[in-house]
Design a protein around this ligand. Structure first.
Ligand code: SF4
Length: 164
């Protein structure tokens, strides 16, 4: 078996989101991958010491995870707290775990300032969103890990079937 999958803990049913909820993804492939021992679960934000619940955070000024990694954008809480360093640490932790465990793929929930890979929110806390990556997704991608959002699980199924 080749290729483990790093997966967002909230997708696996863990109540780790900022609002204290999970967002479980129900798909036959999840059960199969679990039985095959392919899944490596992490909540990057909790791994960096964040707590549940916590204030919602967004990448400021319509920027993306790549900008945060480059030091040109910040991650801010709705309450005004600057959590940029914690989000960078979260991404580092996720990449370290992916590398230690041999993850070639990541299946991450979309929209999160850490895990988003299709879209993220624009920093205004008004529901505005744009195409982009969260900080963890950006770092994993930069390291060559193939990142899929929860909405792309069927594409990941096909990718893994093709890879064998
Ligand atoms: S950091 Fe990722 S795994 Fe953790 S709650 Fe946010 S979206 Fe879920």
């Amino acid at each position: 078996m080749t290729g483990k999958i790093l997966v967002s803990a909230c997708l696996m049913g863990h109540a780790v989101r900022y609002d204290g909820r999970a967002k479980p993804l129900h798909h036959p492939a999840i059960d199969r991958w679990r039985e095959e021992g392919r899944l490596v679960t992490i909540c990057p934000e909790l791994s960096a010491g964040m707590v549940v619940p916590r204030p919602p955070a967004e990448i400021a000024d319509g920027a993306g995870g790549e900008d945060v990694l480059a030091g040109t954008a910040r991650v801010m809480e709705i309450s005004g707290g600057d959590v940029t360093e914690a989000f960078r640490q979260a991404a580092d932790n996720a990449l370290a775990l992916a590398e230690q465990t041999g993850c070639r793929y990541a299946l991450l929930i979309d929209g999160s300032p850490s895990c988003g890979s299709g879209f993220i929110y624009d920093g205004t806390f008004s529901g505005g969103r744009h195409a982009g990556h969260g900080v963890t997704a950006a770092l994993l991608k930069r390291a060559g890990i193939e990142v899929y959002s929860d909405r792309e699980i069927d594409r990941l199924v096909e990718r893994i079937a093709a890879a064998g």
